[in-house]
Design a protein around this ligand. Structure first.
Ligand SMILES: *Cc1c(COP(=O)(O)O)cnc(C)c1O
Length: 237
């Protein structure tokens, strides 16, 4: 077994344990393998280990991987999630290639993605990114802005608003992690009467998996624990 395969198994077991601990059913938390900066070969190993959902942060790099795997037998089973900050001038490539975007933080980018989504593809699944840490982080909107943005995004014809995402400020204790994630879950619940299709909470990484799952996460994003440490020296986009 390769180490990527072992790491994926270990991560899956961790997710199972976390769900068991808080009494949630198995299979309610999806593992997103974050493959940013990692080569095609690493993604291939993950696919061989049964992994199907991948997260990418850099548009060009992600599109290269998507196009590479589009010609392979499992192309239709793979889902590609854009989880990095998105600039307007790169939105077309994202709309044309990815299945999900986790980082919607303004209506302008949402409108562009909807306009640029090719009509032969299903609607792009999107999550609104929330800044749960106040000044600690610059990405994402504040809770007060959520209702308005959610209403706008939900109306766009070629997007499907699926839920919320956040990257809370690093906290080492369970209670603060749980508090930050629970705030996201509560915000989602407030939106549900008007937006009953919301079913996704993208929250939780290696260090805060337990708290995220206990608070209601449906998708955890794990990179280093699967693929090892990243080398950014070759990054160009
Ligand atoms: C890189 C990244 C991850 C994965 O981080 P690791 O520490 O490598 O597990 C998760 N979510 C987002 C948004 C990321 O950018």
């Amino acid at each position: 077994m390769t180490s990527i395969e072992q790491n994926i198994q270990k991560t899956r077991e961790q997710i199972c344990l976390s769900t068991e601990k808080c009494g949630r059913a198995h299979g309610t938390v999806e593992l997103l393998a974050v493959s940013k900066t990692k080569p095609i070969l690493a993604v291939e190993e993950a696919i061989e280990a049964g992994q199907r959902a991948f997260g990418e942060n850099y548009v060009q790099e992600g599109v290269e991987k998507i196009q590479h795997f589009a010609t392979t037998p499992f192309a239709n089973e793979l889902t590609w999630h854009f989880i990095g900050p998105l600039q307007s001038n790169k939105s077309r490539l994202v709309a044309e290639n990815f299945d999900w975007v986790h980082t919607i933080d303004r209506s302008k980018i949402a409108r562009r993605l909807s306009e640029q989504r090719p009509s032969h593809l299903p609607p792009l699944n999107v999550l609104i990114q929330i800044n749960t840490s106040g000044e600690g982080s610059k990405s994402g909107i504040n809770f007060e802005e959520l209702q308005t943005l959610a209403d706008e995004v939900a109306q766009l014809p070629n997007l499907t608003l699926r839920g919320l995402m956040s990257i809370p400020e690093r906290a080492d204790d369970y209670d603060s992690q749980f508090k930050a994630f629970s705030a996201l879950t509560e915000a989602q619940q407030k939106l549900l009467p008007k937006h009953p299709q919301l079913d996704t909470l993208s929250m939780g990484m290696s260090g805060d998996l337990d708290a995220a799952v206990a608070a209601g996460s449906t998708m955890v994003r794990i990179g280093t624990a699967i693929f090892g440490a990243r080398d950014y020296s070759k990054q160009t986009n």
